[in-house]
Design a protein around this ligand. Structure first.
Ligand code: PAF
Length: 285
């Protein structure tokens, strides 16, 4: 595995790969790799000749300084995992490479429509940070494919819009959320959970599933009641609820009566940890 830290070296390498017509697959990460990332790498191998994983804890997408400071930095462990899975290139840039003028006045890329609602409303500037770093990675690496998890569903939709609206010739491929046996969605943030919180956390997906079952079964005019009861249940279990509702699967708007494909999006706090999860459902009107 070639570990590349500068954009200059990366460009040279990409030029050579492009000349030899290699299909490049990019898996962007912030490190602290877990099984979900490994599944993305394995999926990337099915599509691409060359797998590039980036590890960059992107300060621009953190809306909270202490969250950035506490974010786990596990480069040694991560690089051993990546070697084991025969990743070709690990791009691990220093912050000055990515933001040579600092981030305060950094030129940004923003997907206007979806960046300010839901997760974006709770975490101002977050998606602007994500789309700016992803644009930079797409420019440096010029991948044929890029791989993202479906757990961060709003992020996935935003990146798909970015690709379309900036005319990138990159195919975005997503992977369903990887879960522990108890249902908890894998996330780097799960590391923050105390042992007591670890017992509570799986209830999030259990309640999401039950809510979806009820929504599918019942008439749509009692949907608000179902959602309300689930929120109360989450609070009783110890979560504080930020987002918990059904949205149109395509555009995250409140679904009109005719929309069949919807997604339940959940963002909750468990102590100081923000957990997000979702489940797609098809309504049978
Ligand atoms: O999902 C993440 O880990 C990050 O938001 C990403 C896509 C690597 C951009 O920094």
């Amino acid at each position: 595995m070639h570990i590349i830290k500068t954009i200059k070296v990366l460009y040279k390498e990409i030029k050579i790969l492009k000349k030899s017509n290699k299909k490049i697959g990019l898996v962007p990460t912030m490190g602290n790799l877990h099984d979900g990332h490994i599944k993305l790498i394995l999926l990337a191998k099915k599509y691409s000749d060359i797998i590039i994983v980036s590890i960059f804890i992107n300060p621009m997408q953190f809306d909270n300084l202490s969250d950035l400071k506490n974010y786990p930095k596990t480069f040694m462990k991560d690089s051993i995992i990546l070697k084991k899975y025969h990743v070709d290139i690990l791009f691990f840039p220093h912050i000055n490479e990515i933001y040579p003028n600092g981030i305060e006045h950094q030129t940004f890329v923003e997907v206007i429509k979806l960046s300010k609602i839901l997760e974006g409303q709770s975490r101002p500037g977050h998606f602007r940070g994500v789309t700016t770093i992803i644009t930079k990675l797409f420019n440096f690496i010029q991948p044929d494919f890029a791989f993202f998890g479906e757990k961060d569903y709003q992020q996935l939709l935003i990146i798909k819009i970015l690709v379309k609206e900036l005319n990138y010739m990159i195919k975005i491929i997503s992977l369903p959320t990887i879960r522990l046996k108890n249902g908890l969605a894998l996330s780097s943030r799960n590391n923050y959970l105390s042992s007591q919180e670890n017992e509570i956390a799986p209830y999030l997906y259990k309640i999401i599933k039950k809510t979806c079952e009820k929504i599918i079964k019942e008439d749509d005019n009692i949907r608000p009641k179902i959602i309300h009861e689930s929120k109360i249940l989450l609070i009783k279990k110890g979560f504080s609820v930020d987002i918990f509702d059904i949205y149109d699967y395509k555009n995250l708007e409140h679904p009109s009566k005719k929309v069949k494909k919807v997604i339940l999006l959940a963002s909750v706090w468990l102590g100081n940890t923000r957990l997000i999860d979702n489940k797609k459902i098809i309504l049978n009107y």
